[in-house]
Design a protein around this ligand. Sequence first.
Ligand SMILES: Cc1ncc(COP(=O)(O)O)c(C=O)c1O
Length: 474
Amino acid sequence: MPEPISEEILLKRIDTQATEAARGRSYLSTLDEHPLMRQVDDLLQRSRAKINGIGPAIRTKMEGDLWTAMHGNYVSTSNDLAFPATFVQSQGPYVWDSAGNRYIDGTSGIAVMNLGHKYDGVERYVLLQRLLHPGAAPGDIGFAPYAELAQELAKIAPGRTPKRVELFNSGTEAMECALKNIIRHTGKRSFLAFQGAFHGRTYGALSLCASKARNVRGFGSPVLPVHHLPFPESAEDMDHTFHAAEDLFATSLPPEEVAALVIEPIQGEGGYRMPPQGFLKALREFCSAKGILLVVDEVQTGMGRTGTLLRVEQEQIEPDVIILGKGLGNGSPLSAVIARREILEGPPGSHGNTNGGINAIAGLGVVRAMDAFKLQQCAETGMHIRTALRKCLAQHPGFDGVRGAGMMNAMTVDHGAHGRRRGAFIKRAFERGLLLLPAGADAVRIIPPLTISKDVAQCIVDLVGQAAEDVRNA
Ligand SMILES: Cc1ncc(COP(=O)(O)O)c(C=O)c1O
């Protein structure tokens, strides 16, 4: 049992931490040395699931349980339950359902668990922080993890221009903050985005979206004027995109009236669509020449998912604004806007929220873990998955378009009979113990945690092949 802490001791410890911070030591290292950390580590160790062998272990056919029934009855129907199961435990690449079946999580909780489920190097700080001071209105009332994560993210963002940071809980909130601050800073309201884009579901972010009609149906006019350019997937497309922009500027929207252009470096919800190499760099030059701010939404591509901490590093560009979410908290709600300093210098009270940054400690843990983590190795595992998938799926016509970068992989599934083939494939993968989710019109994303071993990677490929075979034989 952890010893109870008296208020007096706690105050003394907090005092020590503040002194350490003042001496320039990182907040995480003060937690590392905290007397309670040993007990936290011990608790984490004891909570680890026992894992025998590699890959899934399916004992019971799951077609729903008590909680999926409750979900069906009580949860808003706009939430789309992906699997007929409820998950009660997780560890690394694995999740366990209420019947004790073990699955490989090929979704990483929709690109959140980049370091794997219950990653000790993050959870130990999250747990200790909750014991010491869970935080309260951290953007407005001094909170060490918030200030320190802001500093870390400002340092991580590419380029030498000084940055400021604001923290939130979800990707869409971060996008709202970026949009409002850009409008205030530039005095302009028009934006450019891309066909197939997804940036969140609140009204401002939704104005930028053009990936699925169901996201916008019935919600009225967008709150911002946004023009959607074609998203290029080849060098020829790229010329077409720039021509479309020039055409727009010449006919209906003068460039000096555009506040910013917003792009996902690889489209996520739109179907894991990849622009040709060099496009982001060309876009940076284009925006600079036209006086348009460049906003890069790395909510899905960021925190190591594509082989570097941020996707933009691969084209060595400095966006004016970067949006992070999902993997930034590795399971704790956390998102961020990192922007050129002057963009986030609005008057006090002009933007903000109560709880944003309350999980900043998770972000500090993730940044530290990523620092030590061999992203190159993870990119190689991702490449192995794509190569092996291409080989395996060559025998399965209709399942064979494989693409991706780092550990952001997707395969395409032809519509098949009445467009149901992709759903049937995902269902068969689930029954075999592999969780997968669709993206866009015809893609299936294969995005396990970056931390998987080569053996688990191979197991994923084998399961995909078996599920494709099942569907072909059905
Ligand atoms: C690129 C991108 N931006 C923004 C969002 C919105 O994030 P959230 O669901 O946390 O609001 C998502 C979510 O899928 C996303 O993929």
